[in-house]
Ligand binder design. Structure first.
Ligand code: 5GP
Ligand code: MG
Length: 174
């Protein structure tokens, strides 16, 4: 897309309000469990930064980068571009993502991490696209369900741009 404007979908206040609620849910579910908050790079970093400041039960933070090979049907087709720094065996893990679209990336990443014998792997995402997902991926926490449009801001990019926008908007060609 060459010329476009960004139409606001979710504003900062609205997003921050929901993140507080998601954090409260996580707080309640993980009290005393010391989970690992595993931020999925790059897009998850903005949501995660807000989320962790509203979680009051103790946790650790780690980062993981992954990309899926789309167009193939077989699961397990995932490339870890940056692995977690610490072992997750015997720990609860919460994967923090910017958006779940088809769910392919998280489906594969979750499967791979489960081979390391964590106590559990759950998913927290800022945005959940309202589509029929071809993968059976339970999304445990989400802040917003959004229509099937390409969105940017709050960590999400278009060609590595717009990650810092303090709101979520969709691209509209002009
Ligand atoms: P999946 O289809 O595997 O759920 O999505 C994988 C990745 O594609 C997401 O983590 C995100 O980085 C990217 N993605 C999916 N939908 C969108 C979107 O609407 N906007 C942006 N900027 N990235 C998206
Ligand atoms: Mg992503």
């Amino acid at each position: 897309m060459e010329n476009y404007v960004i139409e606001k979908l979710l504003d900062r206040k609205e997003i921050e309000g929901r993140i507080v609620q998601v954090a409260a849910q996580i707080d309640q579910d993980y009290r005393g469990e010391n989970p690992i908050i595993a931020v999925v790079l790059k897009g998850g970093f903005v949501f995660a930064a807000d989320l962790v400041r509203d979680i009051h039960t103790p946790f650790n933070v780690d980062f993981v980068g992954a990309s899926s090979y789309k167009g193939t049907k077989s699961s397990g087709d995932i490339k870890i571009t940056k692995d977690l720094d610490n072992p997750i065996g015997g720990r609860h893990v919460i994967l923090v993502e910017d958006i779940v679209d088809t769910g392919l990336t998280l489906f594969n990443l979750k499967k791979l991490l489960e081979q390391r014998n964590p106590l559990s792997v759950k998913i927290a995402t800022l945005l959940l696209k309202d589509i029929d997902r071809p993968f059976d991926l339970p999304v445990d926490y989400y802040a917003f369900k959004i229509p099937d449009k390409f969105v940017v801001g709050f960590g999400l990019d278009y060609n590595e741009m717009h990650r810092g926008l303090p709101y979520v908007g969709y691209l509209k060609a002009i």
